[in-house]
Design a protein around this ligand. Structure first.
Ligand SMILES: O=C(O)CCC(=O)C(=O)O
Ligand SMILES: [Fe+2]
Length: 329
């Protein structure tokens, strides 16, 4: 089974019909999947009336894997048209899936967007883009996208990340590693729970990268009643500024995350739901085709109201001037 060790949650056929019918209806009423307030309101109303069995399938992660795959929703490969050559040309392509993903997101919490990323869209298109092959962003391909917490630099980052697969002919895997499977010595846990280094904004946020304020130092690990959570993005963490013992502990965490990492090769219609407090995700390297048949994911981010999985001190962080737009429902 290509999803590796990811727990699979299958939608029943009549749940699939309900979700796709609602998505098409909302899209027809709204004319476009661009998330205007009216569309978000329609999605919220529809999400609040979803069938109990759908809500049960979309329940929070309930294993130490920290993730699951939703399966059963259809993708019409011919109908969605060619894979766009970049997020900026995606526009309304596969728009019914934008609505579908928002509907699932709204069933789990509040969908969020970022003013500074993909023009404030609530559903991002993740496709390999010419000229970006080597970046540490979703647009890359030839490099390993190293494991990271999504939007780790920001206190308003998502609690859940939803990755929906439109197309993946080469079965390119998303990687995922859960902190709940990691084994570390008590000394390492203690050291990594101290605020020693900042996490800087990633390359997807051009404006935040020029922010003048002092970068806040943040802990990598945090203990909650349910177990540890993490905030980790080595590609944007200035590790050479830390003392040697801290760096060594960080390296041991990295090695452990590698040890427990699973590869999830999404199939069209799969929706990978990742708990962003438990799991770091990445992507294996691949060769982009640039012929309209490339791998194509859609991504939504969710905040879960009332969750206590993070240090209270995060409330004082400036977030590098970036604001999360929350679709309050
Ligand atoms: O391409 C993937 O599988 C994951 C990319 C990624 O890190 C993201 O979309 O946040
Ligand atoms: Fe990511």
């Amino acid at each position: 089974m290509p999803t590796g060790a990811a727990p699979l949650r299958q939608f029943a056929p009549h749940d699939v019909d309900e979700l796709t019918d609602i998505a098409h209806k909302i899209l027809a009423e709204s004319g476009s999947s661009a998330a205007r307030p009216e569309l978000l309101r329609r999605v919220a109303t529809a999400a609040s009336r979803l069938d109990e069995t759908i809500l049960h399938t979309c329940r929070p992660v309930d294993t130490d894997d920290g993730l699951y795959v939703l399966r059963g929703l259809p993708v019409d490969d011919a109908g969605i048209g060619p894979t766009p050559s970049g997020w900026d040309t995606a526009g309304d392509r596969a728009a019914a899936w934008d609505v579908l993903l928002l509907l699932l997101a709204a069933a789990m919490g509040h969908p969020i967007a970022w003013e500074g990323q993909q023009e404030g869209r609530f559903v991002h298109n993740i496709v390999p883009a010419p000229g970006h092959e080597q970046e540490q962003t979703g647009a890359s391909s030839t490099v390993l996208l190293s494991p990271h917490t999504e939007d780790a630099f920001h206190p308003g980052r998502a609690h859940l990340l939803l990755l929906a697969c439109m197309r993946n002919h080469d079965a390119v895997a998303t990687t995922a590693a859960s902190i709940r499977k990691v084994r570390l010595a008590a000394d390492d846990l203690a050291l990594l729970s101290r605020p020693v280094l900042p996490i800087l904004p990633d390359d997807a946020y051009a404006e935040a990268r020029t922010f003048a304020g002092e970068p806040p130092k943040v802990p990598v690990l945090w203990q909650t009643q349910a177990g540890p959570t993490l905030r980790y993005d080595p590609a944007y963490t200035p590790l050479d500024e830390a003392p040697a013992d801290y760096r060594a502990a960080y390296d041991r965490l990295t090695a452990e995350l590698e040890r427990v990492s699973v590869a999830v090769a999404l199939e069209p219609g799969d929706v990978l739901v990742v708990d962003n407090d438990l799991v770091v995700h990445g992507r294996v390297p691949f060769k982009a085709r640039y012929d309209g048949t490339d791998r194509w994911l859609k991504r939504a981010s969710v905040r879960v109201p009332g969750r206590r999985s993070r240090p209270l001190a995060e409330a004082d962080e400036h977030g590098y001037g970036q604001a999360a737009l929350v679709a309050h429902i």
